[in-house]
Design a protein around this ligand. Structure first.
Ligand code: S3P
Length: 436
């Protein structure tokens, strides 16, 4: 194995410019999956050329789907129909992608053939019973390791029954896995969530011609439906934009415009939180991109104040806490996060990784089981372990821009899972960030 890569972040210049953020990860995964299952040829524009979404595309190639790559951000998918996937040879590698593995679990549980889903070190530690539980209730047979982690050994050929699933966790991945299995099940399948989560699966299935009823927190479809090919335009990923939103908000003198960012309301909780803290973020040129609301975001530096983050906004910013923690460290006063225990089972334990990392840089953070209180103040230099988590690595690259000394960030290769080119774009905007 090659040595782990590191970055050195230090104080740069105020951020300036108009930045193009890559395509949305959640939408890109689903676009490939649903296009593969559709009858006919679909074209995807704005596809995220990241490792996670490339893993998903590679899996569908192994399942017999022809996928062309006319350019890095385009895919042409020759759908095989809901009953056209072929048994793969060998294991299917989801890489670092929880979305890939959990959605595929629902889909592959319904196929006539066996399959095995594996992932990298981080994904191999993540909980899968949240999907294998409801899928077994539908009649699926999936073995996990004893502690409920991957690999997932899926025994195909099981007839599935629709269920009314009341999910104990607010998770779009769980909801989506059940709905995808539901497409193949007898009768109707419904999912009710404790808090509404991102609804890309519902919106996109509907765009592919599936009759699906959905409203915030609830979705219902009938099994036995087919998908009709359609073209998908992927908006820029809000979760990737989030790092620049926070960076421009906390680096004095900054002003950036982030072009055509996806603003699905189930994703934009960070805007609510930052505005509570006094951020200056304006939405300009509102429009629609592939059925999703988008706008340019103009972000100017503002002196942030600490805030209590309302718990009901947590699911709408579930991927944005690493960035928020850095905003909180740069703010005046305390920021309180609670109701965010899910952060402990992401690509890393994000509460632990952020609390520990910020403390290393001299910031006072009191961690609780489901959150933390961050005391804003001076940020110093130090050496940070990103735990191979892309969002932890990018968050500390921002912290480094304000730090009084150098911040060395170890194990950063996984930034390419969601945001290839983050460092090049960051340097073009004003970051001081270099390979160690
Ligand atoms: C995702 C759902 C969220 C999110 C992840 C992507 C999706 O996970 O954290 O990055 O595409 O459905 P959970 O469903 O586990 O909350």
């Amino acid at each position: 194995m090659s040595a782990k890569q590191s970055w050195i972040a230090s104080q740069g210049t105020p951020l300036q410019g108009t930045l193009a953020i890559p395509g949305d990860k959640s939408v890109s995964h689903r676009a490939v999956m649903f296009a593969a299952l559709a009858d006919g040829v679909s074209r995807i524009d704005g596809f995220l050329e990241g490792e996670d979404t490339r893993s998903t595309a590679a899996i569908f190639s192994r399942l017999g789907v022809r996928i062309e790559t006319p350019s890095a951000s385009q895919r042409i998918v020759h759908g095989v129909g809901v009953d056209g996937l072929r048994a793969p040879e060998g294991e299917l590698d989801c890489g670092n992608a929880g979305t890939g593995m959990r959605l595929l679990a629902g889909l592959l549980a319904a196929q006539p053939f066996d399959s095995v889903l594996v992932g990298d070190e981080s994904l191999s530690r993540r909980p899968m019973r949240r999907v294998t539980g409801p899928l077994s209730q539908m009649g699926a047979r999936i073995d996990t390791e004893e502690d409920g982690t991957p690999p997932l050994r899926i025994h195909g050929g099981q007839p599935l029954q629709g269920i009314d699933f009341v999910s104990p966790v607010a998770s779009a991945q769980v909801k989506s896995a059940v709905l995808l299995a539901g497409l193949y099940a007898q009768g109707e399948t419904s999912v009710t969530e404790p808090h509404p989560t991102r609804d890309y699966t519902e919106r996109m299935l509907s765009a592919f011609g599936v009759d699906i009823e959905f409203s915030p927190g609830r979705a219902r479809l009938r099994g036995g439906q087919r998908l009709r090919a359609t073209d998908i335009a992927v908006p820029a990923d809000f979760s990737s934009a989030a790092f620049y939103i926070v960076a421009a908000s906390i680096i004095p003198g900054s002003e950036v415009v982030l072009r055509a960012v996806g603003l699905n309301p189930r994703r934009t909780g960070l805007l609510t939180a930052l505005r509570l803290m006094g951020a200056d973020i304006r939405e300009e040129n509102p429009g629609e991109h592939g059925g999703e609301p988008v706008a340019d975001l103009r972000v100017r530096y503002a002196a942030l104040r600490g805030a209590v983050i309302p718990e009901d906004v947590v699911p709408d910013m579930i991927d944005e806490f690493p960035a928020l923690f850095v905003a909180a460290a740069a703010a005046q006063g305390q920021t309180v996060v609670s109701g965010a225990a899910e952060l402990r089972v992401k690509e890393s334990d994000r509460l632990g990784a952020m609390a520990h990392g910020l403390r290393t840089l001299g910031v006072t953070v009191n961690e609780t089981p489901d959150g933390a209180t961050i005391h804003g103040g001076a940020i110093g230099g130090g050496r940070i372990d990103s735990h191979g988590d892309h969002r932890i690595a990018m968050a500390f690259a921002i912290a480094g821009q304000l730090a009084s000394g150098e911040v060395v960030i170890d194990d950063i290769a996984n930034v390419a899972t969601s945001f290839p080119g983050f460092d090049t774009l960051a340097r073009s905007a004003g970051f001081a960030l270099r390979a160690a």
